[in-house]
Design a protein around this ligand. Structure first.
Ligand SMILES: Cc1cc2nc3c(=O)[nH]c(=O)nc-3n(C[C@H](O)[C@H](O)[C@H](O)COP(=O)(O)OP(=O)(O)OC[C@H]3O[C@@H](n4cnc5c(N)ncnc54)[C@H](O)[C@@H]3O)c2cc1C
Length: 382
């Protein structure tokens, strides 16, 4: 594994870092408070190529590597975690369409996701009764005439309120005919399709600037051309997308934790108790040393998974290791950051409390820590 990004990767990273320092950092607390990301921010991300880092340039993307994407994601999450998850889902949707879509689907949707013509894309897999076990989904798509009728409900869908295109999974064969996850197909559903409505936004602990909604499909009719990939082969698409997505979540966690560490160092040097900066106390120094060590370990795991994906080698287990370690380390780091800030860390005056609220979900979405451990164990025991 090369520990130094190549020229393009370093440029993508710098572009994201500059955007974070100049645009996101000054408004992150406002985004959290007002529970919305200004549309202009999403458009600027698109203009910088950060909404479609991995998409080939012919579809308007940056045509960069997974390493570049992970480095950019770390930087954006360092500035604003809500913006980072919005960007992450957009990138994931673009990549899934670019990988499995037909040429006309790529021309139509990837270009709009990359350019910002669509505010964002959405990835609609989870349901009220099917989260860790998406193979248990109940949403159905039934063939009617020359199209399909989708019926059911999705839950926890990031970007639901403003996405232009939704990747939606539905059961296309009865469980008796194709048991387990085999009878599931992936559809591309455009916002505003009759029969498709978006529910209210969830009132979340963190990532409050990011939009998370339910989706309802009530006899929502889509044409045959809305199918992404092959009929009854959609589950494989979801699992492959999630493997890549887990590198992105790992990078989000690292970015949030890096912001926490940077702020902790600044605060520890500034805050005086017993006549000295608290940074002179060994108890605080050891916390900082542990935070930095865990952060670097998380970064190395993230880079390993991204490098394997770029090399087209198996990376599923490594992506899970990266996600479970980074997210759990990041939660510990953000928690220690609150401790270093003392009582002030528990107030909205400092970002430490926001980071702790924001980072917690990285242990839950795109597969909980428990599910990541199952993936890792399965690969060892197979
Ligand atoms: C803010 C947010 C944004 C999200 N965005 C999206 C999105 O854009 N698209 C999307 O499709 N989904 C999204 N999700 C859904 C997310 O992926 C699910 O919440 C997650 O997969 C867990 O599913 P669940 O919430 O139903 O929990 P459950 O599956 O009910 O799990 C509850 C608990 O049981 C544990 N558990 C379950 N099964 C096992 C097992 N076999 N062994 C051991 N432990 C187990 C879990 O680890 C967890 O601790 C989002 C969620 C959140 C909170």
């Amino acid at each position: 594994m090369n520990l130094h990004p190549n020229e393009v990767e370093a440029l993508v990273q710098k572009t994201a870092r500059d955007f974070t320092d100049r645009v996101l950092m000054p408004i992150a607390a406002q985004i959290d408070r007002e529970e919305a990301i200004p549309r202009s921010v999403l458009k600027q991300l698109a203009d910088l190529g950060l909404m479609a880092v991995r998409l080939p340039s012919e579809y308007g993307g940056a045509g960069a590597s997974t390493v570049a994407y992970a480095l950019a994601m770390q930087q954006i999450a360092r500035g604003c975690a809500s913006t980072a998850v919005t960007m992450a889902v957009n990138n994931m949707v673009g990549e899934v369409i670019a990988t499995f879509g037909r040429e006309e689907q790529k021309q139509k949707y990837c270009t709009r996701l990359a350019s910002g013509e669509y505010c964002a894309g959405a990835f609609a897999l989870s349901e009220p009764g099917a989260g860790s076990d998406p193979g248990g989904m109940r949403t159905t798509a039934t063939r009617e005439g020359d199209g399909w009728v989708i019926q059911g409900e999705k839950q926890w869908i990031t970007n639901g309120a403003f996405a232009g295109i939704f990747v939606v999974w539905a059961r296309t064969a009865g469980k008796e005919a194709l048991p387990g996850a085999k009878g599931i197909t992936c559809f591309l559903v455009e916002a505003g399709t009759p029969g498709f409505t978006v529910g209210r936004a969830e009132d979340k602990m963190g990532l409050r600037g990011s939009n998370t909604t339910s989706l309802q499909f009530d006899r929502c009719r889509v044409p045959n051309s809305a199918i992404l990939g092959e009929i009854n082969s959609g589950f494989k698409i979801a699992m492959m997308a999630l493997d890549g997505g887990r590198i992105g979540v790992s990078a989000q966690a690292i970015g949030i934790a890096r912001a926490s560490l940077e702020e902790s160092i600044r605060y520890a040097k500034d805050r005086q108790q017993f006549g000295s900066p608290i940074a002179t106390f060994q108890a605080i120094q050891w916390k900082l040393a542990d935070m930095r060590t865990e952060l670097d370990a998380a970064h190395l795991l993230c880079m390993r998974a991204a490098t394997l994906k770029d090399a087209r080698k198996p990376f599923s287990s490594e992506a899970s290791m990266s996600k479970v370690f980074s997210s759990e380390a990041a939660v510990r780091i953000c928690n220690e950051a609150v401790q270093i800030h003392g009582g002030y860390g528990y107030t909205r005056e400092f970002a430490a409390e926001r980071h702790l609220r924001d980072v917690r979900v990285t242990m839950i979405y795109e597969g909980t820590s428990e599910i990541q451990r199952m993936v890792i164990a399965r690969s060892m025991l197979a």
